[in-house]
Write a protein that binds this ligand. Sequence first.
Ligand code: KG4
Ligand code: ZN
Length: 335
Amino acid sequence: MKILGIETTCDETSAGVVKDSRLVLSNIISSQAKLHNKYGGIVPEIASRKHLEVLPIVAHEALLQAKTHIDDIDTFAVSKEPGLPPALSVGYAYASGLALANKKPLVEVNHLESHISGIWIYKNKKNKKKIPYPYICLLVSGGHTQIRLVTNSINQRIIGQTLDDAAGEAFDKIARLLNLSYPGGPEIERVSKEGDENTINFPRPMIKSDDFNFSFSGLKSAVKREFEKLNKFNIKYKNNKTLYKEINHNFICDIGASFQEAITDVLVFKTIKAANTLGINTITIAGGVSVNSRLREKLARACHEEEFSFYYPETEFCLDNAAMVAARGAELIKN
Ligand code: KG4
Ligand code: ZN
């Protein structure tokens, strides 16, 4: 079975073809990040107009790369929710049109569930993996942060989630505060490599709470306070441009690294705690923030210590992409 997936929930326009629910024949992603950069975040109206412009080209390219004719597509899959409503409606209208014109079914897919399908899809057979059920998934994206218990290919239960900002959103907001570009996650990760994560001991919010929930707004305020304090200190060097720039750069790297350390500590601690409490010994990670190498490294180490198995998606399938949407569509149809 071949499925063509369409993804337009946020600022990535994507189309991809998946065969037999796991093998990715193509996954074309056109990112709008540069377009939204100057606004420091996503402008929904600009996102939807760009989707409208590039989606037919992206879908055409996905078929070409998969060496597949549209007549050979058995089913169409599309992200229905959650996402930016104007952006979602472009993808939904396009996928509905394709299904109707080609007299094939259309499967509506939940975007968050599809992120979890991103863990086990592959382009190259050597990356094929079979994850045993049940498992815990730390789902960390720009809009959501959840811990899910996945009991089979259909059932996923949310057992913990953020009470305010999502992890990706926190990365984006802190990056903006530090005058780094959008999206903020990769930027924070980049500057952190030059910084010292032990410079500032930021709070680890809710780490001791009895549940598996998160809250990042207090951490965000603590970073803001620290940045303002350091900025005040640096102002006296303003006349010495070279020194001012150097001090500023070091501040940003150290604050970025200390923030990344605090947020990843909480994410890892709560995920391990959920697995231990529920007696689950397989842990997975999904969503845009799962690209973060410090988070992966710490979670992998914690899983090793607990003798848990640990699985994560290939980088291409962490961020928003249509291959995961097609894969989720295939799972739903199979069941
Ligand atoms: O899953 P995703 O592509 O979109 C949503 O469904 O929201 O996630 C996007 C988020 C953004 O907030 C971005 O800053 C974050 O993922 N992100 C990262 C990294 N790469 C992307 N966060 C931390 N470290 C990264 N390397
Ligand atoms: Zn996403």
